[in-house]
Design a protein around this ligand. Structure first.
Ligand SMILES: *Cc1c(COP(=O)(O)O)cnc(C)c1O
Length: 452
């Protein structure tokens, strides 16, 4: 038996970057071949390696290669893979009961998760939380709540938005390839406004917030009619769109405008929420108090769980039986979420996210100072992106992103890409990563830029 057959994940895993085969190795190639015969082509994976164990800041593949993880399974394993409190609580729950269906026979862990989210979510008003399985499902339900509470049909979203892959949320998502292409017709009553994207605002970043706000108000007041708009759904930091931090003041102006017109302000924090940005929620950085707050990815350490947390009067508007799902708020996932909260609180992971962010901004900023390909470094906390351009221009440089990702993979570092133009590297390390490991990974990123 090899070490791998018995290897378990979690922070006990040796924290190192170490390649023992070519990438991908023989066992990963074997799995790729089986996969090609068993899975449809539409399921694409970023890396050609297959996981065997993960924890701390590494993912070990089936060939025994140890990669540094800068993606956290797309901002999911924020507290680390197989984090002790998550494993302990989920395992304990597994041994008691795995499912009863909250709609049939309810249980305490669901209520406990709701109580924590109600306490943590911005605002001192009375709140309620409903649980779901995926980000898409929760975003979709936030729209159901908003429509029922306002009796209005329209939903306003933004350029570069990602809200999911179901019919409604795919419609709300901005990017055609790969998310929408060929999958229409789309859902009605979804309208899109420009995002206040400072780096790409035509008249420059200084005008960005005011001009984007003006486009937004014209769309709502002149084109749709404010009294037809149920909600505005926005990511306080756009994830898939490339970690776009809206121009300062823009979101607050949108939120105020919504309040004056009875439009609900929905923050999609599926990617940015739950400690990722160095605050419990990205909304906290700007003092935003969303009417409805949607969380998912980082919520349960990889177990499928999502939530809509919102003002009690809105959440109570939906009739009994109108909201729910067979698996929604699964007890094992709820136990895992309680483990996530415990990890964040006991290890002060909000502060850790800020430290990791400062380190990444410093290192990437230094690369940008010496390399014209790196156009902008942005983000908050441990949610940092690098937008790549053709030097001397702002023309998106997708090829450079592909070359850097490949170099990183070949040298034992797992990265993710993003952006409407595919020209953004996004860095989402688990908050359980050590400084040494992170510096080692950023050194590989630095080398990757140097080889361009
Ligand atoms: C990932 C994501 C979603 C969709 O979540 P799924 O769990 O993949 O359905 C929605 N909104 C944002 C901001 C996301 O990043």
């Amino acid at each position: 038996m090899t070490v791998l057959d018995t290897a378990v994940g979690g922070p006990e895993l040796v924290q190192q970057r170490r390649l023992v085969t070519e990438v991908p190795g023989p066992r990963s190639r074997e799995l790729s071949a089986r996969r090609a015969d068993a899975l449809p082509a539409g399921l694409a994976s970023g890396a050609p390696i297959y996981a065997a164990a993960a924890g701390g800041g590494v993912i070990v593949d089936v060939d025994g290669n140890s990669f540094i993880d800068l993606g956290s399974g797309i901002a999911v394993t924020t507290v680390g893979n197989a984090a002790p409190a998550v494993v302990a609580r989920a395992a304990d729950q597994l041994s008691r009961y795995t499912h009863t269906c909250f709609l049939a026979t309810p249980y305490e862990p669901y209520i406990a998760v709701a109580e924590v989210l109600n306490r943590l979510a911005p605002g001192t008003h009375e709140k309620r939380t409903a649980l779901f399985n995926t980000g898409s499902e929760a975003v979709e339900n936030s729209v159901k709540y908003a429509r029922e509470a306002t009796k209005r049909p329209a939903v306003v979203v933004f350029d570069h938005a990602f809200h999911g892959r179901s019919l409604l949320t795919m419609t709300m998502t901005a990017k055609n390839q790969p998310y929408k292409h060929g999958f229409g017709p789309f859902a009605p009553e979804v309208y899109r406004a420009p995002m206040a994207y400072p780096y790409r605002w035509p008249s420059g970043p200084q005008n960005c917030a005011a001009e984007a706000f003006s486009f937004f108000t014209q769309l709502v007041d002149a084109q749709i009619g404010a009294d037809a708009v149920a909600c505005v759904v926005v990511e306080p930091i756009q994830g898939e769109g490339g970690f776009i931090v809206p121009a300062p003041g823009f979101l607050a102006m949108v939120a105020d405008f919504c309040r004056e017109r009875g439009i609900l302000f929905v923050a999609d924090e599926v990617q940015a929420g739950i400690a990722r940005t160095g605050a419990w929620f990205a909304s906290d950085h700007e003092g935003l108090v969303p009417d409805l707050l949607v969380t998912a990815k980082g919520l349960a350490g990889g177990m499928p769980l999502a939530a809509v947390t919102g003002r009690a009067d809105i959440m109570d508007a939906a009739h009994p039986g109108g909201i729910g799902g067979t698996y929604s708020g699964n007890p094992v996932a709820c136990a895992a979420a309680l483990g996530v909260f415990e990890e964040i609180e006991t290890h002060d992971l909000l502060r850790r996210a800020q430290e990791i962010g400062a380190l990444m901004v410093r290192e990437l900023g230094d690369i940008a100072a010496h390399n014209g390909v790196l156009g902008e470094v942005r983000g908050r906390g441990a949610m940092i992106a690098a937008e790549l351009v053709v030097p001397g221009t702002r023309i998106p440089n997708r090829d450079a992103v592909a070359a850097i990702s490949r170099h990183c993979l070949d040298n034992g570092v797992l990265t993710l890409t993003a952006g409407t133009f595919g020209n953004v590297l996004r860095f989402l390390p688990p908050l359980s990563i050590t400084d040494d490991l992170l510096m080692d990974a950023l050194g590989v990123v630095r080398d990757a830029f140097a080889t361009l």
